[in-house]
Design a protein around this ligand. Structure first.
Ligand code: ADP
Ligand code: MG
Length: 399
């Protein structure tokens, strides 16, 4: 058994997804000289996230939409859980497949609750069950049901709309989720936290997820496997992120992986897998003197001020503390914190944005969990280099 198979077997009890098989699937749009998708064959294992990544226009959306028959293939077959989709009623098929797209694709004239209730409503669930499910889904994607269920999409931020889009896609508990650049329209920080959220959900749900993106870093972060697609969805490489980074199949894939492949290795490691740093902390109601004493004589003259639930609020320097009477108005706000599922690439971006060159990590309830500094990242990369002697094709990078 390979590592992946062992992990799959261990996680098998949690898998609710089903296998999807594409066999020589082709789409020839009317009036076009060449097919948009040309004889794609690919097996998407049950319970995995498979990412289609490739340049704009290469046929990612067309390939994905043939799976739920929003687009009919010209030839070839697609099976889901062993059943040929061509023989299924398209409406029934789509109710069993969650679908989430860029800009969330919410119905603007319906409330958040009604949007999430769409497919359960079509399935004929009773009102009480639908209402309970709406609240459960809002909780799941991190939105407070009492605050959000009666709002309209225009009353939400882009990131919140994407969360509702994911909640709607999951509402009827489909085994399969298709996600077409779902986080493409939000800012990078929000995108990072939506990605973390998706990984957290998937660890619980074990769906089969097909995720389309043109961002290779996103593919590396999210994918159990990545299909790198060229023109007409030709599969240039289909493998784990580690294998593709270590050994791109050809020049085109290498170009896509990019010149900074070694920095992309940072995307393969999660914050939870490295030793976190520490600094002095104090709750903002505590006296200044104790924190001043804790900082005295330290190399890094920075401390963190926390709220009563130990969530990070502000960085404060020894110099600022020397003049402060209270911790309530001292220091400068901490940037967006990392979660334990964030990658070291996310950590690099976060710490570059901090005057302290240090990124703060929080746990599942937002509580302070530790720090990542540039030293953490340098140590990690040099350990990887030592282990792999410069990175050879057959080396498996531990994730
Ligand atoms: P991607 O999602 O990778 O950007 P698409 O699947 O949207 O690519 O498009 C693949 C190719 O098919 C493109 O050349 C596009 O112009 C073409 N195409 C997409 N939809 C249609 C359509 N409805 N009719 C004709 N050509 C289309
Ligand atoms: Mg597309």
């Amino acid at each position: 058994m390979t590592d992946t198979e062992t992990r799959r077997a261990a996680a098998a009890s949690a898998v609710s997804g089903v296998e999807i098989v594409l066999d020589a699937v082709t789409k020839h749009y009317p009036g076009q000289r060449d097919p948009a998708v040309d004889r794609v064959s690919l097996t998407i294992p049950a319970g995995e996230i498979v990412v289609f990544v490739g340049p704009s226009g290469c046929g990612k959306t067309t390939t994905m939409r043939m799976i739920n028959r929003l687009i009919e293939p010209s030839s070839g077959t697609i099976t889901i859980g062993g059943r040929d989709v061509a023989g299924m009623n398209p409406d029934h098929l789509r109710r069993g497949i969650g679908y989430s797209i860029q800009q969330a694709g919410l119905f603007p004239h319906l409330t958040v609750a009604k949007n999430i209730a769409t497919v359960p409503g079509l399935l004929g669930w009773d009102r009480a069950r639908i209402a309970a499910r709406v609240d459960e889904m809002l909780d799941l994607v991190g939105l407070d049901p009492d605050t959000y269920r009666r709002r309209y999409p225009r009353q939400l931020s882009g990131g919140q709309q994407q969360r509702v889009g994911v909640a709607r896609a999951l509402a009827a508990d489909p085994p399969v989720l298709l996600m077409d650049e779902p986080f493409g329209a939000v800012d990078p920080i929000t995108r990072g936290s939506l990605q973390d959220e998706l990984l957290r959900l998937q660890a619980e749900l074990g769906k089969t997820i097909v995720f389309v993106t043109h961002d290779f870093t996103e593919a590396v972060k999210l994918g159990d496997r990545i299909a790198v697609l060229g023109n007409q969805s030709r599969i240039l490489q289909y493998d784990t992120p580690a294998a593709i980074l270590a050994d791109p199949a050809d020049e085109t894939v290498a170009g896509f992986v990019g010149a900074d492949a070694s920095l992309k290795q940072l995307t393969l490691t999660r914050v939870r897998d490295v030793a976190l740093g520490e600094c002095p902390t104090a709750v903002e109601s505590e006296p200044v003197t104790a924190l001043r004493a804790a900082l005295a004589g330290r190399d890094r003259p920075w401390a963190l001020i926390l709220d009563t639930q130990r969530r990070p609020l502000r960085w404060v320097s020894a110099e600022q503390l020397a003049h402060a009477d209270s911790l309530r108005d001292a220091g400068a706000p901490v940037g967006a914190p990392l979660s334990l599922r964030s990658t070291l690439q996310d950590a690099l971006e976060a710490l570059l944005a901090e005057q302290t060159a240090t990124a703060v990590v929080t746990g599942s309830r937002g509580e302070y969990a530790g720090l990542i500094t540039i030293d953490t990242l340098v140590a990690h990369l040099s350990a990887l280099r030592a282990e792999h002697g410069g990175g050879h094709a057959e080396s498996e990078i531990p994730t």
